[in-house]
Design a protein around this ligand. Sequence first.
Ligand SMILES: O=P(O)(O)OC[C@H](O)CO
Length: 498
Amino acid sequence: MARRPIDSDDIFLALDAGTTDVKAGAYDRSMNLIASCKRRIGVYYGQGGVVEQDPHEILEAAKYCLNSILRRIPKRYGEPKAIGITNQRESVLAWEPIDGRPITKLISWKDKRGAQLSLDLKERYGQVIKDKTGLISDPYFSATKIKWLVENIKRSSNHKNYVITTLDSWLVKNLNSSSIKPLTDHSNASRTMLFNIDSLEWDSDLLEIVGISEEILPEVKRTIESDSYGKVKLTYGSTTREVPILSVAGDQQASLFGNGCLYPGQAKASYGTGAFILENTGVRVKSDRLLETLFYTYKGKRTYALEGTILSSGSSIDWLVSLAGLKSVPRSILRAEQIERSHVLSVPALSGLGSPFYSSDIRGYISGLSESTDIYEVIRSFLEAQAFLSTVIIEEMRKHIKLLEPLHIDGGLSKSDLIAEMLANLLDMKIIRERNVDATMKGIAMMSMIGYYGIDERKLTVSAGGKEFNPNDKRDEIAEKFNSWRSFLLSVISKNQG
Ligand SMILES: O=P(O)(O)OC[C@H](O)CO
């Protein structure tokens, strides 16, 4: 990769196509955010575990946001040098490889249509899947969704020539100024449950086991790449710009990067639609109860991470606030945080339980309700559950690799001081919430900048800092509640198994 001179007027773009919002940002050379735009997108929840999104809506939102930030970049900056694209992971759609036209909806990572198949796969091939992909067979990953799409296309249409890919691949195709074949990056491929994270290839045994042909999958490239992903064509008014795409990554990997976790032992927790806790492990570190995944690849090097997932995070709070007929999520959270003491306990497993339990058929439970319980106590218990579930995951991580201080937190729900304070006490460590809670966009912009300059990622100097939370005198009280909650969780799990 060519090295280029560093100029203080250089700027880099980021596109983050998440589950709830599509966002774009422009960053200066020190990774200060200088313009941003966000558009909310719809999620359709149907019977039988169906969760889908409209790819056209996502693409329109992406174009709108990118064009809108271009208009807002101050004149003193030069042309954007590069762009990085990051995305909600595991979600897949089928499309025409020549013109990029979608032939299905985007089947969300939250979709459970593959539940039975993933159970069967777990029973028969659980260890093979873990060894090869680092993942635990679950409908969360792409494999069973891809299989469902293949069967469905066979039954309901004449389409013969199609590919099935994660969202990054489709966006790269549809935003490109030139014709480009279907491509994805290693971090996204590692979430499909079909990709061998040691050999860095689609795994022929797994493809055969699940019954998927490699021909319908995209080619896999490095996360930070100088010349594979083409250029994004941006037009506004009479101006057209072509900006090279120099990085593509799954959103949680991008946020690990954006939180500056570039050394083994550094970790972050992102509280978005779901919550995702990732620790940089450098090399692959095996764990039976957590997910081993590719963090990023750059030049000849690969870096791995351990991951624990909470399937419903911000989405559970949104759901509860709207069910209660309350207007504002942030105001409801603030009010819930002010409650002195609450006896309500919750397991907000609205989409099943993620790590380290992987029970896709469990649903949400609440205990401790009385006639005097008010809705804010219940909201508080949902917030507390995020800190408790995170603690269970991090306890598991600590069995495998030392966790370095501080733990970085980001994502919309990380604005909750309650969650941050509880984490500091439960984990007995410093927590840092980034000044700008959007580490995902920052991470993908950082990756594109590294690709542009061709520099060593650990030599980066970027602006950082944020609010610190440390263990305090509430430690015993929080630990006591955690113990009660843990017993409640175990009773929920055993009830479900029985
Ligand atoms: O859309 P988010 O930010 O909740 O992230 C979704 C994850 O990538 C799913 O694995």
